[in-house]
Ligand binder design. Structure first.
Ligand code: N01
Length: 529
């Protein structure tokens, strides 16, 4: 039976947009279904004040077209959300992709049909059939809004950072509460504080943050990178996070106090996530990590005038175990007279009241607006919003009831011809997302092309390959400090979510494995003719 499309692509973020382009280059028909009224995925929804990327612009960008990367000019070292959104729209214009993108269309269900080895994709505006279904739904696109009692009764406005109103929000003269102190909060708090009459930050767990030292993009650096962009990309491909974090092999456990101080000072002055590359053992040894934690705590105490507030802002945890934050004036913001840090670790938020909120110790806070910077149901949340059914009607949710199971984060047994871009079990959020997305798009489209040329109807991983990969992902994580804290990498931020470490650490070995699997005729996958 003929399908409407060779490939149905769910999601119009950076993954869906490039997937469409790449499939078209191979002469295949594809359509992107996007719930939003525009493309860009995470960069379409996360419009909160201060939203910007924590990977430098020169490498948080597509590399599939040299003309594109040469001609596009980023204005800042770390691009703002509006600039990243302009960029992805430019890509869609430049490669004439709009006629393949259906906006305002939410995919509700995707069902595998044994009879024709294809997928029936049901959307808010009707159903389509396709040989393949590619889930390009993103890792951080399903917002997590805790079930706060009384939220419906709140008389003011409330917003989640991950679903911010397009028209913006004016906090001028308002009493504002921000719930959460992760990356989204840490980026937005300094800006909201400048507008609000009074800002209360409700902190359950403090996070480590490193200054971004953002500014206009250095023209010399731009010229240097653009002089040999391929070399710059090739270098990044060999690095553990797929980005230039200036990783060193030297061990903090073996460094003298002077070496530690010198290296951390240099990294702090440089700014951003490369702080984590200071020593090779920071994510492996508690003692090594403690040297970095002590250093940042000391910085917090220097930045924050009130010692009690500084102490409350100082994490007693492992640097990088939860994603390290990157900020502009975050800690300094607590020196403003209109900013108050509220500890909701001991006295949790009990309920939202019509005029504010109350904590369990009976304290109440009068608020005109609340910002929930409470994160995401990461990696699996967006997949589970779609009722995905594989062979014999098996639902993905049922199959993954104890945590996600994939082969290479790309596919899962019993769900033939279904691919996931940057799925659980792939480097995804532990890597620079853009190169990871491109690597997946190329791998998936090459696989589809191989199947077409070899008249193969269906592909799925073997259960054995999947089991071995899941064990390997756990084993690699188990050697690090990552599983030791309640992070969203583990699903620990969403009540009832199974605790499984979801991303794979190590971009280079991962890419090598994917290449090897393909070179061996898709080893670990089974085909049907
Ligand atoms: O979310 P988070 P996020 N009561 O999950 C708190 C990426 N990102 O949106 O730690 C009170 O990190 C929760 O407290 P706790 C980046 O990968 C990137 O900030 O669970 N508080 C925590 O403080 C990042 O890691 C950029 O105790 C509650 C906060 O809410 C990821 O997105 C920018 C609560 C959630 O923090 C997620 O970041 C922004 C409750 N009931 C995001 N429930 C860049 O720079 C939750 N919290 C590219």
């Amino acid at each position: 039976m003929a399908h409407d499309y060779d490939v149905a692509i769910v999601g119009g973020g950076f993954a869906g947009v490039y997937m469409l382009h790449r499939l078209r280059e191979l002469g295949l028909s594809a359509r992107v279904f996007e719930a939003g009224s525009g493309i860009g995925g995470t960069w379409f929804w996360n419009r909160y004040p201060g939203a910007r990327c924590d990977i430098e612009s020169l490498e948080y960008s597509y590399q599939f077209s040299d003309e594109l990367q040469q001609q596009w000019h980023w204005t800042e070292r770390y691009a703002t959300q509006p600039e990243i959104l302009r960029y992805v729209n430019h890509v869609a214009d430049r490669f004439e992709l709009w006629d393949g993108i259906q906006l305002n269309t939410r995919v509700q269900a995707a069902t595998y049909r044994d009879e024709d080895n294809g997928w029936l994709v049901e959307t808010s505006s009707g159903g389509v059939s396709a040989r393949f279904c590619v889930m390009a739904t993103g890792c951080l696109s399903s917002t997590n809004l805790p079930d706060f009692k009384g939220l419906d009764s709140f008389a003011g406005d409330w917003h989640h950072t991950g679903a911010w109103p397009h028209e913006g929000v004016d906090f001028t003269g308002k009493k504002v509460g921000v719930v959460g102190t992760g990356s989204s909060a840490i980026q937005s708090i300094p800006i909201i504080a400048e507008q609000a009459e009074q800002l209360y930050v409700f902190q359950r767990t403090p996070n480590f943050s490193v200054p971004a030292h953002n500014g206009p993009l250095d023209p010399e650096k731009e010229e240097m990178v653009k002089g040999d962009y391929q070399h710059f990309r090739d270098e990044a491909r060999k690095l553990v996070f797929g980005a230039h974090f200036r990783n060193r092999d030297e061990l903090a456990d073996e460094a003298t106090p002077e070496e530690l101080q010198r290296e951390y000072d240099e990294r702090w002055a440089y700014g951003g996530l490369p702080f984590l590359g200071a020593f090779g053992d920071l994510l492996y040894s508690r003692d090594a990590n403690a040297t970095a934690a002590d250093y940042i705590r000391d910085k917090i105490h220097h930045a924050v005038e009130d010692s009690e507030t500084a102490e409350l802002l100082s994490p007693d945890s492992i640097v990088g175990c939860k994603r390290l934050c990157v900020d502009t004036n975050y800690y300094e913001t607590y020196n403003r007279p209109n900013v108050t840090l509220v500890n909701v670790c001991d006295n949790a938020i009990a309920e939202i009241l019509p005029a504010g909120l109350a904590t369990t110790d009976g304290q109440t806070y009068e608020l005109d607006a609340i910002v929930f910077a409470t994160g995401f149901d990461a990696m699996t949340g967006a997949l589970h919003k779609v009722d995905i059914r594989g062979k014999s009607g098996l639902s993905l949710k049922e199959k993954w009831a104890d945590g996600p199971r994939t082969y290479l984060g790309l596919a899962t047994a019993d769900f033939p011809n279904l691919f996931i871009v940057t799925g659980p079990g792939s480097p995804s959020v532990l890597s620079n997302m853009l190169p990871s997305i491109e690597q997946h798009v190329v791998w998936i489209s090459d696989c589809i092309d191989y199947m077409s040329k070899n008249h193969l109807q269906a592909i799925e991983p073997t259960v054995q390959a999947e089991d071995e990969w899941v064990s390997h992902v756990n084993e690699v994580a188990g050697e690090t400090l990552y599983p030791s804290c309640n992070s969203w990498y583990l699903g620990a931020n969403v009540p009832g979510k199974p605790r499984v470490f979801m991303p794979y650490l190590g971009f280079p070995p991962y890419v090598a494995k994917c290449d090897e699997v393909a070179a061996k005729g898709y080893e670990g996958f089974a085909f049907a003719n």
